[in-house]
Design a binder for this molecule. Structure first.
Ligand SMILES: NC(=O)c1ccc[n+]([C@@H]2O[C@H](COP(=O)([O-])OP(=O)(O)OC[C@H]3O[C@@H](n4cnc5c(N)ncnc54)[C@H](OP(=O)(O)O)[C@@H]3O)[C@@H](O)[C@H]2O)c1
Length: 278
């Protein structure tokens, strides 16, 4: 049995689907089974990573876990998982995490680094997935695109290598089900370095409209984003975008190395998600 945390999330839902396609037995964790949309073949279990001591039932009979960095109690979760007999954990981390440093560079890296560290100090096999920007971050623009042709956003010239969430999940499924991934830190990207303005153009092409990005200041963006996210996380996200204008990440090729097929392009992601912007 494989426990998938974040099973309703942007990557986790693809992990559930990918494991079921391979005939694996899946237990899907959610805090709210009533609202969760999870395929019927998966067993659904209620649970909160913030209350790991209550996850004994969720972990019973589980040999591998796909772990999201949520809930803020990584050490207690990792120790419980090991005690319950889990042998392998795949952590959804982030490219912001640095190795061999005293302090992580920002709050996002610190949060994910704590999960990596908690799992690595156990005797369980581990694999860390370190994706850069998700293609799905562009869904934040959907309300503006539905309302008009202009998207107001910070750093339109930030260059990233956006990754389709299904590609992250495909690597997760390999790491959960195959030997040979223990100790790997997979830097995951999409195939192509593009700006945020380019992403918007590709969404426009997918929905048959011409869209335009209008730059707002980092201060205005911060004011908007802190309405729904902690200031330290917002500062980390804006700091990464600012850095990506002049020091962009490079495509890594890891998705293809691990899965044997190339990653999806942002244009493919946008066509697949066209309905979300209409
Ligand atoms: N967006 C990016 O560009 C990016 C890049 C690198 C890494 N990441 C990391 O990837 C992860 C996914 O991010 P996302 O924004 O796409 O989120 P998401 O997966 O769409 O949504 C959050 C998921 O986490 C679950 N969850 C939240 N709090 C939980 C808790 N206390 N206990 C158990 N489950 C909990 C939710 O499940 P229920 O609501 O069903 O309980 C939901 O499935 C995050 O750790 C993020 O930092 C994101």
């Amino acid at each position: 049995m494989i426990l998938v945390t974040g099973a309703t999330g942007s990557v986790g839902r693809h992990v559930v689907a990918g494991l079921l396609t391979q005939g694996e037995r899946v237990r899907a964790l959610t805090r709210d089974p009533g609202r969760a949309s999870i395929p019927g073949q998966a067993e659904i279990v209620r649970g909160d990573l913030g209350a790991p001591d209550e996850l004994g039932d969720a972990l019973r009979g589980v040999h591998a876990v796909y772990l999201m960095a949520m809930g803020g109690a990584p050490r207690r979760f990792a120790e419980l998982a090991e005690r319950c007999g889990v042998r392998r954990v795949v952590v959804l981390s982030t490219s912001d995490v640095l190795d061999n440093v005293e302090r992580q560079p920002d709050a996002v890296a610190e949060l994910h680094g704590a999960f990596e560290h908690a799992v690595a100090r156990t005797g369980m096999e581990w694999t860390f997935l370190r994706p850069n920007e998700f293609a799905g971050n562009s869904l934040h623009w959907a309300p503006q695109i539905m309302a008009g042709d202009v998207v107001r956003a910070p750093y339109p010239l930030a260059r990233t290598v956006p990754i389709h969430e299904r590609d992250i999940a495909a690597v997760a499924v390999r790491a959960l089900t195959e030997d040979g991934h223990h100790g790997a830190k997979y830097a995951l990207t999409g195939p192509q370095l593009i700006t945020h303005a380019d992403q918007l153009d590709l969404i426009g092409a997918a929905i048959g409209r011409t869209l335009r990005m209008e730059e707002i200041s980092a201060g205005e963006a911060r004011e908007q984003m802190t309405r729904y996210a902690p200031p330290a996380i917002v500062d980390a996200v804006l700091g990464q975008l600012a850095a990506a204008v002049h020091h962009p990440p490079a495509p890594t090729g890891t998705v293809e190395q691990v899965t044997g097929r190339p990653p999806y392009s942002f244009a493919e992601w946008a066509r697949e998600h066209a309905a979300d912007f209409r």
